[in-house]
Design a protein around this ligand. Structure first.
Ligand SMILES: C[S@@+](CC[C@H](N)C(=O)[O-])C[C@H]1O[C@@H](n2cnc3c(N)ncnc32)[C@H](O)[C@@H]1O
Length: 301
């Protein structure tokens, strides 16, 4: 049976306080304990114009002819590791880090090969790894959630080789994806009835959601590197009831709703996707950015 999530973060929100990074970690841990694997359900089914989902689009950054060691930061249920393994074969050594043990359990089931190494830990402290360990660090839809992003980027910079690459999928500009802002607002409107401050306060560092600010953060952490941000839309076509369920499940905000508010949100979304003509097939468009930081060997010499 569905129960709404309560955490240190929701308690701070209720008290009208700004949640701390400890509250945020607690919140994410509680959500991922109860709903491990939820991200992939929607993200895996949304595709770009070439038919690639965002995991495949990110995995393209790894070049099996050149790269030997790859880290998936906040690997969740391990789907990106599985895709990289399939693309690159055993010559590329894969590592995943996540703070949620429940997600790592799923990642291990999906990637039973012990050569794929999984570690429990936080992105703000990658002490498991020596300086200059990885050719590539990937991060799929998780940087957006994190606090202390400069610390995360500093750690990524430390564990990357001098000519390494960091690539991340993060939230894109809502204005680029038709209908996305309406869907987002519909969910947030329901959530705000129970948590009036939700939206004013949100998960993670808002700078990651804005390409200009994200570029500045990356410039600061990876001095001298080439930094590119590419905007892309991923779409899912399905019946309005399935779209409502999948899309709601992609938004962290939906997990804190009471059961009655959750039903209302699903009904609103289903109506939205069906439209006034009550069509039985509809579309959800998800805006994303792919950040790629390419370091050059000269940078540290
Ligand atoms: C939206 S899910 C994405 C999971 C996976 N990358 C994917 O796209 O399927 C976010 C993941 O980030 C992890 N996470 C969030 N903040 C983290 C942090 N500071 N350190 C390590 N893991 C973190 C969560 O436990 C969760 O598994």
């Amino acid at each position: 049976m569905r129960t709404n999530i309560e955490s240190m973060w929701t308690q701070s929100l209720k008290r009208g306080e700004q949640p701390s990074y400890i509250d945020l970690r607690d919140h994410l841990m509680v959500i991922h304990r109860k709903h491990a694997g939820f991200t992939e359900s929607c993200a895996f089914r949304c595709q770009d114009r070439l038919g690639h989902n965002s995991y495949e689009f990110l995995a393209e950054v790894v070049d099996p002819a050149r790269h030997r060691r790859v880290l998936d930061l906040a690997c969740g249920s391990g789907i990106l590791l599985e895709i990289c393994h399939r693309r690159c074969g055993p010559r590329v050594v894969l590592n995943g880090v996540d703070m949620s043990i429940e997600e790592l359990d799923l990642a291990r089931k999906r990637n039973p090969d012990p050569a794929i190494k999984l570690h429990q830990g936080i992105a703000q402290n990658l002490d498991h790894f020596d300086d200059g360990t990885f050719d590539v660090v990937l991060c799929h839809w998780a940087l957006t959630l994190m606090d202390q992003v400069p610390e995360v980027l500093r750690e990524v910079s430390r564990v990357l080789k001098p000519d390494g690459t960091f690539a991340a999928i993060v939230d894109g500009d809502p204005a680029t994806a038709p209908g996305y802002a309406e869907t987002h607002n519909m969910i947030y409107d329901v959530v705000k009835r129970e948590y009036p401050n939700y939206g004013k306060v949100d998960l993670g560092d808002p700078r990651v959601r804005n390409s200009k600010d994200l570029k500045e953060l990356a410039f600061e952490a990876f001095k001298g590197a080439q930094i590119d941000i590419e905007s892309v839309i991923f779409e899912m076509d399905s019946s309005p009831d399935i779209l409502a369920r999948e899309v709601a499940g992609f938004f962290y905000a939906s997990f804190i709703l009471s059961t009655s508010a959750h039903h209302k949100m699903l009904a609103d979304l289903e109506d939205h996707f069906a439209g006034p003509q009550k069509i039985d097939y509809s579309r959800f468009a998800l805006p994303a950015n792919r950040l790629i930081v390419r370091r050059r060997q000269l940078e540290n010499s």
